[in-house]
Design a protein around this ligand. Structure first.
Ligand code: DX5
Ligand code: ZN
Length: 221
């Protein structure tokens, strides 16, 4: 069993004080910085690009930065985010013309690749690429916005992915993203996830450490 990773989504952080807010959430016990990149084309919202990733690195953030690309096409931004200091980079397979090539590009740029599945995206995109994956990200909301409600049927999808990972024999993390809270994180872990993105659940609280500790307590039970 891999150590659980808590990955706050900076989509819900204070953009006017982003460096400080990211520092604060890491000091509160977060493991990974989740970076939601939206292009107002693949998803109906617009966020931030590689400049912000680079700025966080220059500010002194050394924790892994987990870039979740909700963009189409993907390859140009893969290169730019890798150069900007990304650690993990994932994309939605239906947004790439050549999935294997995009995964290989992430590896060649020195980052760890992942594929992202929307609630209704079939898992067959995993066929033939399991050997390249560092993580599989299961969306438990439709992508585009923070603060949405967890879609319960995605737990079955996490279970199905867990089974595929076990059968493959590869060491692949299973990440969950959307509507993760203190009161559902344990059920999500039991289904097989080991990396947990949480935006509004953490950044809406004054005391980040309190909510992250509560999440870890749930995971330890
Ligand atoms: C949605 C993003 C998520 C989102 C999670 O498209 O990928 O990372 O910010 O936010 P919460 O935890 O508020 O659902
Ligand atoms: Zn995300």
């Amino acid at each position: 069993m891999k150590p659980f990773l808590i990955a706050p989504s900076i989509l819900s952080a204070d953009f006017a004080r982003l460096g400080e807010d990211v520092e604060k959430v890491l000091a509160a016990g977060a493991d990974v910085v989740h970076f939601d990149v939206m292009d107002n084309h693949y998803v109906p919202n617009l966020t931030f690009g590689p400049m912000i990733c680079e700025a966080l690195r220059k500010y002194g953030i050394t924790a892994p930065i987990d870039v979740h690309l909700m963009v189409k096409p993907v390859d140009d931004l893969i290169e730019k985010f890798a150069d900007a200091g990304a650690s993990f980079i994932s994309f939605h397979p239906e947004a790439s013309e050549h999935i294997d090539r995009s995964l290989q590009l992430i590896i060649d740029k020195g980052c760890k690749p992942g594929l992202v599945f929307n609630p209704a995206t079939p898992l067959h995109y995993l066929d033939h690429v399991m050997d390249k994956l560092h993580h599989i990200l299961i969306m438990s909301v439709n992508p585009g916005f923070g603060g949405q409600k967890f879609i319960p049927t995605t737990l079955d999808k996490v279970r199905a992915v867990k089974q595929r990972v076990e059968e493959s024999g590869y060491d692949i993390r299973i990440e969950i993203d959307g509507g993760v809270k203190v009161d559902n994180i344990r059920a999500i872990a039991e289904a097989g996830a080991d990396m947990f993105v949480a935006g509004s659940a953490i950044f809406s609280q004054d005391d980040y450490s309190d909510v992250i500790t509560q999440m870890r307590n749930e995971l330890a039970m």
